[in-house]
Ligand binder design. Structure first.
Ligand SMILES: Nc1nc2c(c(=O)[nH]1)N=C([C@H](O)[C@H](O)COP(=O)(O)OP(=O)(O)OP(=O)(O)O)CN2
Length: 134
């Protein structure tokens, strides 16, 4: 059965760095290279949502409702911040695109219901991103 999926993307500027707590600064530098130092990206988070199109509008989501969730949970929390400091979660888990994809999917999926989160992409550049798939 074909399925229609709607996508929305938001962007924010934020710093991050990689550091394992059991390693010294020099060891982290050797392990992670330049990425051990705080560095900035223009991040994007894209959500793909499915649901039955409303007969009157042909739309599968209420866009203002989706935008409100993305603004509150993604842009307002992360824009201009150092990701490692936004949530104690990132003291335990390295803020890679993979970790962030899993982090955002877990938090956004329930808030975006009744739309179904099919896929979520976190990109720190056009050529570096990770995706969560339902
Ligand atoms: N598996 C992953 N590896 C790396 C990730 C990631 O999210 N998942 N992220 C990074 C860094 O954040 C890093 O900034 C990007 O590294 P890299 O692409 O190597 O950097 P470039 O030299 O290509 O580009 P810059 O503009 O110099 O960042 C590393 N690894």
């Amino acid at each position: 059965m074909p399925k229609i999926v709607f996508a929305r993307k938001v962007s924010f500027h934020a710093l991050h760095h990689y550091a394992l707590p059991q390693l010294s600064a020099a060891q982290n530098r050797a392990y992670f290279g330049d990425a051990a130092e705080p560095h900035r990206h223009l991040w994007s988070v894209t959500v793909w949502l499915s649901g039955p199109p409303a007969p009157e509008t042909g739309m599968v989501v209420d866009l203002p409702a989706v935008d409100a969730v993305l603004k509150e949970q993604v842009v307002a929390r992360f824009d201009g911040r150092h990701i490692n400091e936004v949530d104690p979660f990132f003291a335990r888990c390295q803020p890679s695109t993979e970790t962030l994809a899993d982090y955002f999917a877990a938090r956004l999926a329930p808030l975006l219901a009744p739309a179904v989160l099919e896929k979520l992409r976190v990109a720190e550049a056009d050529d570096l991103f990770a995706e969560w798939w339902r």
